[in-house]
Design a binder for this molecule. Structure first.
Ligand code: SAH
Length: 243
């Protein structure tokens, strides 16, 4: 059984969308993963297949009904261990560790919200994970689902060209990645750091490590603090770690 993304959405045409191209698209074609899209409208109620209603307590907008979402989820065959995730700005921030966990399992079921979101009770009743892709508000969960899936699919076995490219990258050890350079060695008067042309692999590794630490410290004090508290709680294995 290949890794399966089951997507519940009011806009099924949005999938696989950009994931039909490039790495993810090839992986979809060769069956490394599956995109099983379910139209929430098909589970709507009454003559108009209503999926939403006005919020109790008043206020603007509409809320997706618990019963409709519940029936839609019932239609999804239960894959053992495949988590169900609701994309929402109220969720915990999605991180690479979650992506690794999802990619390692049989797949994910993604619930894409629209309007003001989904009735809280179905999220509780189904123990649905609530995940946000960042501190901004999208018009719907579909683009967030595409982001989550893009990050998962590239980690599936055989999808990325080199096995290494998933290991040494941003967040793999809690740090952002070092900067990259390629030919030409001089461009518009800008040169490449000498060490990268030296052929000294130990020196290059040391320089990259320092750059990773510098950029993390400067741009992401939150990640840097977490990294420091991690590395002080276990013996340092990294030589040449400059703080
Ligand atoms: N009223 C809600 C926002 C609704 S936006 C609030 O203030 O929390 C409509 C839908 O877009 C949501 O149900 C959710 O599925 C999706 N969405 C919006 N922003 C998102 C984000 N940052 N991460 C993940 N999903 C998001």
């Amino acid at each position: 059984m290949s890794w399966t993304a089951t997507i519940l959405t009011l806009f099924p045409e949005m999938f696989p969308g950009p994931l039909g191209q490039s790495l993810a698209g090839r992986a979809l074609e060769n069956g490394t993963w599956n995109c099983d899209v379910r139209d929430l409208r098909a589970f709507g109620l009454g003559r108009h297949n209503a999926v939403d209603d006005t919020p109790f307590g008043g206020g603007a907008g509409m809320v997706m009904r618990a019963d409709v979402v519940d029936t839609a989820l019932d239609s999804v065959s239960r894959q053992d261990g495949a988590p169900c995730v609701y994309l929402t700005p109220r969720g915990r921030p999605l991180a690479q560790a979650d992506i690794r966990r999802y990619a390692a399992g049989p797949g994910v079921t993604l619930l894409c919200g629209r309007y003001e979101g989904v009735d809280e009770r179905v999220l509780e009743a189904r123990s649905i994970e609530q995940v946000s892709i960042g501190d901004y508000v999208l018009s719907g969960g579909e683009t967030a689902a595409l982001v989550l899936l893009d990050a998962c699919v590239r980690l599936l076995p055989g999808v990325m060209g080199s096995a290494e490219s998933g290991v040494e990258e941003s967040f793999s050890d809690g740090l952002l990645e070092y900067p990259h350079y390629t030919r030409p060695a001089e461009w518009q008067g800008r040169t490449v750091p000498d060490v990268l042309l030296s052929g000294n692999h130990a020196a290059i590794a040391r320089w990259r490590r320092e750059q990773s630490e510098r950029v993390t410290r400067e741009r992401r004090p939150d990640l840097w603090a977490a990294h420091l508290s991690h590395s002080s709680s276990r013996p340092s294995v990294q030589e040449g770690q400059s703080l």
